[in-house]
Design a protein around this ligand. Sequence first.
Ligand SMILES: Cc1cc2nc3c(=O)[nH]c(=O)nc-3n(C[C@H](O)[C@H](O)[C@H](O)COP(=O)(O)O)c2cc1C
Length: 304
Amino acid sequence: MLNVKIKDIKFNNPLLTASGTFGYGDEVKSLTDLSKLGGIVTKSVTLEPREGNPPPRIYETTSGMLNSIGLANVGINTYCEQKLPFLNSLDTKIIINIAGSSLDEYVKVLEKLEESNGVHVGYEINISCPNVKKGGMQFGVDCSMTEQLTKRLREKTDKLLIMKLSPNVTSIQEIAKASENGGADAVSAINTLVGAGIDINTRKPVLNTTFGGLSGPAIKPIAIANILKISKVVSIPIIGIGGISNYKDVIEFILAGATMIQLGTINFSQPHRNEEILIQLKNWLNKNNISQIMDLKGAVECYS
Ligand SMILES: Cc1cc2nc3c(=O)[nH]c(=O)nc-3n(C[C@H](O)[C@H](O)[C@H](O)COP(=O)(O)O)c2cc1C
């Protein structure tokens, strides 16, 4: 009833965890049953280790949060040595999120992972991080760079290739189309929106980097709008992300055209929410006599 498929990969359900909000799985293993998830998307990994930005780098906002973590991560070598063995032991699908500051860097990280003994089913390519000075976003705002990067990565892997899109662009449709043209199996959307806040007492920005990425329920309507727009222009599956916190949100994203969804900011307050959502999804489908969740895909009835 909840099974979904992207290319030849079958997922038990459409719920993934969003990159950067669920660590590498081991941090949260005592807080939720990882095998109940459709899959885990791991924190962005880069060629070299990164400390990320100095604190303060997270800040709670009305209905969401701002972050400027800046892609802090252990780097690909330590990732393969220390993180992959645990991920390999899990009874759920693993998607590895990759970030980079040049085309070559993305390719090198992917090549390392292809040579590793990882049992991951695919890659999500972060071309949309707003919190780093160099890289990430520069690809996600440019159609030709997006297509080039997708093509180069496509040549290197038969695993799932998912391009993660930014809402901080004039036309997300064009970037989605460029990803499809480059050979991506799917696109995921959205990453965080550029945001900022100011402490009125210190008169300082709430984040050390001034600007950060806004996530959480506040961005859900923006994410839905983007899924609706993307679904009009591509035929590859869309993975919906942005402020999802309950089963109704999941259904809304699927009606808008998503095949799968990712839970992000909700993991910080309720890392076990996925379990509740699955039960409620099943109940709702039963109550409405819907045998397959995918029957709802793109079934929104727009006014015109
Ligand atoms: C603290 C934090 C760290 C994040 N780190 C990454 C990251 O490393 N790579 C990435 O592609 N997205 C990252 N994201 C973005 C999320 O994966 C997701 O796209 C975004 O938060 C929107 O979903 P949400 O509203 O459900 O949180 C991060 C988000 C947060 C809040």
